[in-house]
Design a protein around this ligand. Structure first.
Ligand SMILES: Cc1cc2nc3c(=O)[nH]c(=O)nc-3n(C[C@H](O)[C@H](O)[C@H](O)COP(=O)(O)OP(=O)(O)OC[C@H]3O[C@@H](n4cnc5c(N)ncnc54)[C@H](O)[C@@H]3O)c2cc1C
Length: 363
């Protein structure tokens, strides 16, 4: 059976869903297809910190997506909450960073990007026992609770009239010289004006399946991250704490996340005892009161890793109606709104909200 839609998006993680929202709000008829349940991969598994880890050590192209995204979140979460009654739990709880050997770089970044900061020595959170070196306190940094964001965003998109289809198996793509024409699934043949790939860590596989003659493949690979969740009481910790490459995130109900590992092990999403031990030791050393809290859950997700963490957002060099929004590595939530807007700008041929060159799709 033939189905039609203006925009067909493959992948229902945060990248696909926020792209769907942008294009739907611009008046397009939008459909999202996912091979599994929608939004249950990396976008569900992440910590939801709305700041990259040490953004001053990362490429400028990351900060250029981060800052407009951070600015967009208050309105985005209010829009979703007002429409659905479901709270994605955006909370500007602040972040305390224990060690900053490059504190001058950090402060310069904060000044340049208008992020407020204070000397962290006098703001050490109660109960925290981390070694300090030029600690910093960033009071306005926010978090969002991934599973709640996904649930509320899906409800919002349904209300907006976006078609959301899960457990769909894609079987093929037809092309002309300069356009992608139809996409087949086991049930349907889709006709569209634009096709968008947003399948996270799986995008290179999908791309090879659909366009085997296009090479080289996208430089994206899965990077496993494991997390622990402690059943902590309310107010045990009131801000996020970053210590080295590990962090604690207190949720609105008091539960505390400890993350995360960074593992190059392919598409293996199993949790390991070694990671559990390492994250547990980190958590109880930094916040000893966690020894008295039950460990509630341990899970893993596959980040869409990319060189330098800079995502690919743009149109295919040959197929003018094939877009991509992928490769956000550790920062898919905090770069999500601006990434979606940039791709929507390019698809709709609006003046782009930021310079697209750094994110261009190069084959
Ligand atoms: C442990 C951990 C901690 C993190 N912490 C943070 C953080 O604090 N802040 C932050 O900003 N980011 C964080 N991230 C990173 C962030 O979660 C990711 O960058 C982001 O979720 C990527 O979103 P995505 O939509 O591109 O991919 P995904 O969420 O992985 O979504 C891809 C979707 O594509 C679907 N799909 C795959 N193959 C196909 C196919 N063939 N056909 C159809 N659909 C397909 C999948 O089922 C999936 O639903 C973290 C990630 C992890 C794992």
């Amino acid at each position: 059976m033939i189905e039609t839609t203006d925009i067909l998006i493959i992948g229902g993680g945060i990248s696909g869903l926020l792209t769907a929202r942008e294009l739907r709000l611009a008046g397009c008829d939008v459909t999202v297809l996912d091979s599994q349940a929608l939004g249950q991969e990396s976008s569900w598994a992440g910590g939801g910190i709305l700041l990259p880890i040490y953004p001053w050590r990362q490429p400028v192209a990351i900060s250029d997506l981060v800052m407009p995204s951070i600015a967009a979140y208050p309105r985005l979460q209010a829009e979703i909450l007002a429409a659905t009654g479901l709270d994605p739990q955006w909370r500007p709880c602040g972040m305390w960073i224990s060690q900053n050997p490059d504190v001058e770089l950090a402060k310069a970044w904060c000044v340049e990007r208008a992020v407020s900061f204070h000397d962290g020595a006098s703001f050490q959170p109660a109960g925290i026992q981390a070694k300090q070196q030029n600690a910093l306190w960033l009071p306005e940094i926010a978090q969002i609770r991934n599973p709640r964001l996904i649930k509320s965003l899906l409800a919002y998109l349904r209300q907006l009239g976006v078609r959301l289809l899960e457990h769909v198996e894609i079987t093929g793509l037809t092309t002309s010289q300069d356009k992608v024409l139809t996409l087949s699934t086991q049930q349907h043949r889709w006709q569209f004006k634009h096709l968008v790939l947003a399948a996270g860590a799986w995008t290179p596989q999908l791309f090879q399946q659909l366009l085997p003659d296009q090479s080289p493949v996208l430089p994206i690979k899965p990077v496993k991250g494991q997390m622990l969740l402690f059943a902590a009481p309310a107010n045990l910790l009131n801000c996020m704490v970053l210590d080295g490459d590990r962090y604690l995130i207190p949720r609105a109900d008091g539960k505390i996340l400890a993350g995360s590992t960074v593992e190059d092990v392919g598409f293996d999403k199993t949790t390991t005892l070694a990671a559990r031990e390492a994250l547990y030791q980190f958590a109880i050393e930094v916040l000893p009161a966690l020894k008295d809290c039950a460990l509630e859950t341990h899970w893993a997700g596959l980040r869409p890793g990319s060189p330098n963490g800079v995502p690919t957002i743009g149109m295919h060099p040959q197929f003018s109606n094939l877009g991509i929004n992928v490769g956000h590595f550790r920062n898919g939530l905090v770069m999500g709104p601006a990434s979606a807007q940039l791709l929507a700008d390019l698809i709709l041929q609006r003046p782009p909200s930021l310079k697209p060159d750094a994110y261009a799709w190069r084959i």
